[in-house]
Design a protein around this ligand. Structure first.
Ligand code: FEO
Length: 396
């Protein structure tokens, strides 16, 4: 079992490292580096626990707390978020400290009741409400849709410590707890993947919340999220990254994603990719059947151009690309350009279907689509190169 870590004088990480979890959110998110569920114990005249962990790891969190204080002495539990990876161990904990008062938003109270069907000693809080612990005071900041309606941040001015729950997190298991102890490229890559797959559709609300918090001019020397590594070296680095992602800033990069039946669409994808590269663009090419969907979305987060290809089957696109595009639709990507290509036998139904789906998703189809019957011949191969050149002009 990992040990509690004192992150500030009298404030302890009492979370859990989940080294082996490989998927999250019902298999919508791959976690090849595992994750952590972070809970924080604040020991002052009053003792507060900020968030808990998945129920299955409750005894490990409890053992860490016991190494610092008797859990029965916990006065307050701050429930920043109702989702079970942070509230799962709450019922177990409250059996040990039944008088503890739980603090959270109204939506959190409603959600906790619907998850656990027990009446809690609960106090609803709103932005600006405070809770005095002794030398320290906690301030609550509602953060609806960052990333659920109930979400909330907790801030401790005396320690310049922001506890934003899921915001600024990463699914990243490590023996280290702080960003200056791990590979920064690896960490930022996981933070980007987390943003792309969990927060992308919520950019406008995230922008507003960040602006609102920055306007308060609160000193922040540490951001301790509920997943992964704690930001203590230049903690605003991750805030700036979020601002760029929330504004949907892009670079001249093209992500090509295809699904192929007898390799003709794959042949087209390779021709197009090579031509884009020859034109000086950064390109990433994925066969949706053997790539990690979560990683593709991470790469798409800052890419200006998306290209999608599918063979036609029963006048439709192939099913795994269809599933991928259904998820993409929910992300509400803005400021992108897209193009479509694919092979067919007797009618190019896949290309038409993808075009319609992109339009419904609000993504501009910026060039005429490119098709090839059965196997691309010389003319159709040349069409692929022209398609790539036209698309490159739209991305640059
Ligand atoms: Fe929204 Fe980490 O749960």
């Amino acid at each position: 079992m990992s040990q509690p870590i004192e992150i500030k004088k009298g404030i302890y990480w009492v979370g859990v490292v989940d080294w082996t979890v490989r998927s999250f959110h019902g298999h919508t998110y791959s976690t090849p580096r595992g994750t952590t569920y972070n809970a924080y114990l604040i020991v002052d005249d009053k003792i507060a626990l900020v968030d808990t962990v998945f129920a299955a790891f409750g005894s490990e969190m409890m053992a860490k707390i016991r190494g610092i204080v008797d859990p029965a002495k916990i006065d307050y539990v701050i429930a920043n978020h109702v989702e079970t990876d942070h509230s799962g161990a709450l019922p177990q904990l409250l059996k040990l400290c039944p008088k503890a008062k739980v603090f959270g938003t109204q939506k959190c109270q409603e959600g906790l009741y619907k998850y656990y069907y027990c009446d809690l000693n609960f106090q609803i809080v709103k932005t600006g409400d405070t809770l005095k612990l002794g030398k320290r005071t906690l301030t609550f900041i509602e953060a609806p849709m960052v990333h659920w309606p109930d979400s909330m941040f907790t801030y401790c001015r005396e320690e310049e410590l922001l506890l934003p729950n899921d915001a600024f997190g990463q699914h990243y298991a490590s023996s280290q707890r702080f960003n200056d102890q791990v590979d920064n490229c690896e960490l930022m890559d996981e933070a980007k993947k987390y943003y792309a797959n969990i927060l992308w559709p919520l950019g406008s609300m995230i922008s507003r919340k960040i602006e609102e918090v920055l306007k308060l001019n609160l000193p922040v020397s540490m951001i301790a999220p509920s997943h992964g590594i704690i930001w203590r070296k230049d903690p605003l680095e991750i805030v700036k990254a979020y601002q760029g992602w929330a504004r949907q800033e892009t670079v001249a990069k093209v992500i090509v994603v295809y699904e192929t039946m007898w390799n003709s669409t794959q042949k087209m994808a390779r021709l197009i990719t090579d031509e884009l590269i020859a034109g000086g663009l950064e390109v990433k090419l994925y066969d949706v059947n053997n790539a990690d969907r979560t990683d593709i979305f991470k790469e798409m987060l800052d890419a200006k151009g998306f290209l999608f290809g599918s063979s036609t089957h029963d006048n439709n696109m192939l099913p795994n690309l269809a599933g991928f595009l259904a998820l993409l639709k929910g992300f509400k990507a803005k400021g992108r350009v897209a193009g479509v290509f694919g092979s067919y036998g007797w009618a190019a139904g896949a290309v038409k279907e993808i075009e319609e789906l992109l339009k419904a998703a609000g993504i501009e189809v910026a060039v005429n689509s490119c098709s090839a019957k059965f196997v691309p011949d010389d003319k159709e191969s040349a069409d692929c190169l022209r398609f790539a050149a036209d698309f490159a002009a739209k991305v640059k």
